[in-house]
Design a binder for this molecule. Structure first.
Ligand code: ATP
Length: 214
């Protein structure tokens, strides 16, 4: 069965830097879908400025234009700290042995060992690490010991097992961050082209990120 992709984040707000790489990975790896999973209470950072219903609504509006992506609200339904290990456990319960692919940027992958119960993550999902075009895998020795035997040489391997492999996938770089969007809106600067127009209309209609500490 085709793997399910997972992209977690605060999505405060969702933007093309989330949507385009996720869709590229969906296509490149022939995933069944990529689930965008907004965090309720992200454990590693300060609370989001937009509310949970607002962040969910923006994600729904955004994925309507992106075939292959869909929103999964399990972290906000669950409440409590949005630990990835709990989310993957819940997906594993739902999907049985079907392959699950956790999409991560290189930065997030580098910081993985700080995540709650991180050693359990490779038991639950594959890691798809999104890199820049032209980036080549460093020698296996520079990878942490736990990662070395896990490298998948070809994307097809991700469909053959449920979890535990690491695959590096180049995606087109998008120089966009939610922080930059929030700051620009608060300063009344244009953010067109950084996020879908439907999301921008929603932000404007609901006066989100205006005159606030970003
Ligand atoms: P903030 O600026 O508030 O930190 P963000 O734009 O980085 O937000 P998050 O919601 O924290 O967005 O990110 C969710 C996931 O998307 C993370 O894994 C993050 O690395 C990834 N991501 C965010 N922006 C980009 C981008 N421009 N290109 C590729 N991946 C991105």
């Amino acid at each position: 069965m085709r793997p399910i992709g997972i992209l977690g984040g605060t999505f405060d707000p969702i933007h093309y830097g989330h949507l385009r790489p996720a869709q590229e990975v969906w296509r490149a790896l022939d995933l069944a879908e990529v689930r965008i999973i907004p965090a309720a209470n992200p454990p590693h950072r300060r609370p989001p400025l937009a509310t949970v219903p607002q962040r969910l609504r923006m994600a729904e509006l955004a994925v309507a234009e992106f075939p292959g992506l869909r929103v999964d609200d399990r972290e906000v339904r669950r409440g409590g700290p949005s630990y990835t290990v709990l989310t993957l456990e819940s997906l594993r319960e739902e999907f049985g042995a079907r392959p699950l692919c956790l999409l991560l940027g290189l930065d997030a992958f580098g910081g993985l060992e700080t995540w709650h119960q991180w050693q359990r993550l490779p038991e639950l999902a594959h890691f798809v690490v999104m890199t820049r075009p032209g980036w080549s895998l460093p020698d296996a020795e520079v990878l942490p010991a736990w990662a070395r035997g896990r490298l998948a040489p070809a994307a097809g391997e991700l469909a053959r097992t449920s979890a535990g492999k690491i695959y590096f996938q180049a995606v087109t770089p998008q120089d966009i961050s939610a922080t930059r969007i929030r700051e620009a809106i608060a300063r009344n600067e244009p953010v067109d082209g950084l996020l879908p127009p439907t999301v921008l209309d929603y932000l404007r209609a609901n006066r989100i990120y205006l005159n606030r500490e970003n």
